[in-house]
Design a binder for this molecule. Structure first.
Ligand code: FAD
Length: 396
């Protein structure tokens, strides 16, 4: 709780100037703290006389925490399209909201977002906060952060989720810092604890060797980012009902320090393996860069894309956008064929959600066989050509 010691306050008004949420108003020479205070502590830091003090006690925390309610998902919209991770977040967001008995809201920022806003309701949102402006067509970290921070301060959701994408990673930590909230990045599982409703945020730690479950008992909102392809989206339900709330931007929120000079679409070589239905993945067992010729041939035969382990990316056999795993991409194709990949925990972290996993490895004890649905023990240089011939024959 924020407390004012009137005896030593000199009425300088610096706290009012410092408050990013307009929660402090000087009345008769003294600061009055309003409802929109997020307890961020900026005024306490700025108060030279020491008149403003943040008091943290168990009781105060209880009262404050209970005033935050609802689950929010930041839905990423770029170049007239919604990022697939947003629907996945609405899927897990719906489950968390139902468990808490609260509403699920989506925040959508951009230009030309109305149609998408309505679709978000079909994917599970009860409310969509639609922030539309021509100046918001291009992502600008500072503007987006200011808008999301303001909305969270005004509506006080207990949980805020965002995608661990380039965009989510660039501005969500700033939002969390301004709100004085915790943020757990790259979560692989989110659950509600029955006893107190806390959000349990699980993510790999120590190089993927342990799974750490993190909670934020003392502050709200509880914020987490989730990698694409980790959670499942709900089926679209056109009959779902919800509200679209049009949010008006404030002039200062549009005053971005970022100027977009040019926007370039990634070249075809940079295939987005997260969107692929079938992936043929090569590892160090390929022996050299040339080994990828075989992998590409199998991929062509199956209409698949090519991915890889970190070992071969580090060796320069294939570029980084193809890397699967903890420090690469998380993928969830219908079929993942691991060729000459041992199945290290950091690799598995990025592909274990595949619907069917086929492993080809000459070592029958390779850990990849522990998670494979179908295992072929043998030399990939013999097995892959046979597979290609068999598939082509079947096609005929
Ligand atoms: P290896 O482990 O060397 O396995 C090669 C396999 O090929 C062996 O099982 C072998 O039996 C088999 N083989 C050899 N020849 C043949 C043949 N002719 N036919 C059939 N099989 C054959 N790794 C990732 O992949 N992605 C990540 O994102 C990632 N992030 C990491 C982050 C950290 C912090 C750390 C410490 C490591 C990370 N790693 C990551 C590296 C990871 O630990 C492994 O080193 C890496 O996955 C091994 O790649 P690999 O399976 O291709 O090679």
């Amino acid at each position: 709780m924020l407390k004012l010691n009137k005896e030593i306050c000199i009425g300088c008004g610096i706290c009012e100037e410092q408050c990013a949420f307009a929660a402090i108003e000087m009345v008769d020479g003294l600061p009055v703290i309003g409802e929109s205070c997020t307890l961020c502590g900026a005024c306490v830091d700025a108060c030279d006389s020491g008149a403003l003090v943040m008091e943290i006690s168990g009781d105060n925390l209880k009262t404050d925490l209970s005033s935050w309610s609802g689950v929010w998902v930041y839905c990423e919209f770029r170049k007239s399209a919604l990022a697939a991770v947003s629907l996945e977040l609405l899927g897990i967001g719906r489950k968390l909201a139902d468990k808490r008995g609260v509403k699920l809201a989506a925040v959508l920022i951009g230009d030309g977002i109305q149609k998408t806003a309505a679709e978000l309701i079909g994917y599970g949102a009860d409310t969509v906060y639609a922030v539309e402006h021509p100046q918001l067509g291009n992502f600008a970290e500072d503007s987006y952060a200011a808008i999301v921070t303001r909305l969270i301060s005004e509506h006080r959701p207990e949980i805020v989720l965002a995608g661990a994408t380039a965009i989510g990673r660039s501005f969500i930590p700033g939002v969390a810092t301004t709100l004085n909230a915790g943020l757990t990045a790259d979560c692989t599982s989110l659950e509600i604890r029955d006893e107190d409703g806390a959000l349990l945020q699980t993510r790999p730690a120590f190089g993927g060797n342990i799974m750490a479950t993190i909670e934020c008992p003392r502050s709200r909102p509880q914020m987490a980012t989730v990698r694409p392809k980790v959670m499942k989206a709900n089926e679209y339900d056109p009959a779902r009902q919800g509200d679209i709330v049009t949010v008006t931007t404030q002039p200062e929120e549009l005053q971005s320090r970022i100027k977009v000079v040019e926007s370039v679409v990634a070249s075809q070589g940079n295939v987005n393996i997260q969107e692929s239905d079938i992936l043929i993945s090569g590892g160090r067992g390929l022996d050299s860069e040339k080994g990828f010729e075989l992998i590409r041939k199998l991929a062509e035969t199956l209409g698949a894309d090519v991915s890889a382990s970190r070992a071969v990316v580090d060796a320069g056999w294939i570029p980084y956008p193809h890397q699967v795993g903890q420090t690469g991409k998380t993928v969830a194709p219908k079929l993942y064929v691991a060729c000459g990949i041992s199945g290290a925990v950091q690799h598995v972290a990025g592909m274990q959600s595949a619907e069917a996993i086929v492993a080809i490895n000459r070592d029958k004890n390779a850990p990849i066989f522990d998670i494979a649905d179908f295992g072929i023990v043998g030399d990939l240089n013999e097995i892959i050509p046979k597979l290609i011939t068999r598939i082509e024959e079947q096609r005929k």
